[in-house]
Design a protein around this ligand. Structure first.
Ligand SMILES: [Fe+2]
Ligand SMILES: [Fe+2]
Length: 310
């Protein structure tokens, strides 16, 4: 139910529709264009993969590690987009018999995320065809989405907003300026970024709208749920970073010292926590909106939970 006296900002949703129509792209015609990934180049830039911290690796090894991470990065998006679509569709309910502009903007949002999932599925097959066997990304998107969607809309919207903000941040700050990445890999995230920009605008309209429905006690419970969600995300990051590090070690044609193995595993876990958690929750737009809705004590609770991942 729409909170009483809530004014939907129709013009802002209308701008999102305008942007969505203007930049709409096609997977084959615009993004892939019959191309393959260039494996002589990195996929993820060092600013995201943090592989430059592993000074004992040679250039080939760093490039391979950036490609492994790049494969995980693409799979991770395809997988979180499953619960993003389900939740956004769920919140459209409030607009069904209300603001039809907001409804259209959110339906387009979902349509775009469905296309993104298809894009990430296709490029996973392309990457798998050129990389040695043994890589694993075992997460079932439906199973994880089912668990996420058990939490309150407020908590899930917090997670969605941080994801959609870091998507843009990573592209603008690290992927776009790097001249030495696989061109196709770079383009995938250029096109993805174009459609994500207006998603974050809508998240920032819908999350506070949801917030106005809650009592203090409900919001307090939602904070706990958000902390639980971050804990679950971290469980996935711990397992995936370990799996990716082990794949790298298995495929490498030389052995590493015990200390180096620890450093590789540690580098991946830190990088993944930064990629999927910290670069989102520390984004100025996330911080500003989040702190406008919560009490200081609630902020401290979240801060403590995040500090445990440092
Ligand atoms: Fe997306
Ligand atoms: Fe999105």
């Amino acid at each position: 139910m729409q909170p009483t006296n809530y004014k939907v900002e129709t013009e802002r949703y209308a701008k999102c529709i305008e942007g969505s129509k203007r930049i709409r792209w096609d997977i084959d015609k615009d993004v892939l264009r019959g191309r393959e990934f260039d494996f002589s180049k990195k996929f993820l830039p060092d600013g995201i993969s943090q592989v430059d911290r592993l000074d004992f690796l040679n250039d080939d090894e760093r490039r391979f590690l950036s490609q492994i991470q790049g494969r995980t990065y693409a799979s991770m998006f395809g997988f979180v987009e499953r619960f993003i679509v389900a939740k956004i569709l769920d919140i459209t309910r409030d607009h069904w018999l209300g603001d039809q502009v907001a409804l259209e903007a959110l339906i387009r949002f979902c349509d775009e995320e469905l296309k993104h999932q298809e894009l990430f599925k296709q490029i996973e097959i392309m990457m798998a065809n050129h990389m040695p066997a043994g890589y694993s990304f075992p997460w079932d998107p439906n199973e994880v989405a089912g668990a996420v969607l058990e939490k309150s809309t407020w908590a899930v919207m917090a997670l969605i907003y941080e994801i959609e903000l870091f998507t843009q941040e990573h592209y603008k700050k690290s992927i776009e300026p790097d001249e030495n990445l696989s061109e196709l890999y770079k383009d995938v995230f250029l096109y993805h970024w174009k459609e994500e920009a207006h998603h974050a605008v809508m998240d920032a309209l819908e999350w506070p709208r949801e917030d106005q429905k809650l009592t203090q006690a409900e919001r307090d419970r939602a904070i706990d749920e958000l902390i639980e969600l971050v804990g679950s995300v971290d469980g996935i990051l711990q397992a995936q970073s370990k799996s990716d590090a082990e794949y790298f070690l298995k495929i490498s044609d030389r052995s590493f010292s015990e200390d180096e193995v620890v450093r590789i595993k540690d580098c991946l876990l830190k990088a993944y926590r930064w990629q999927y958690v910290f670069s989102g929750v520390e984004h100025p737009r996330f911080k500003a909106l989040f702190s406008s809705m919560i009490t200081e004590a609630q902020g401290q609770r979240v801060g403590q939970a995040l500090a445990s991942l440092m």
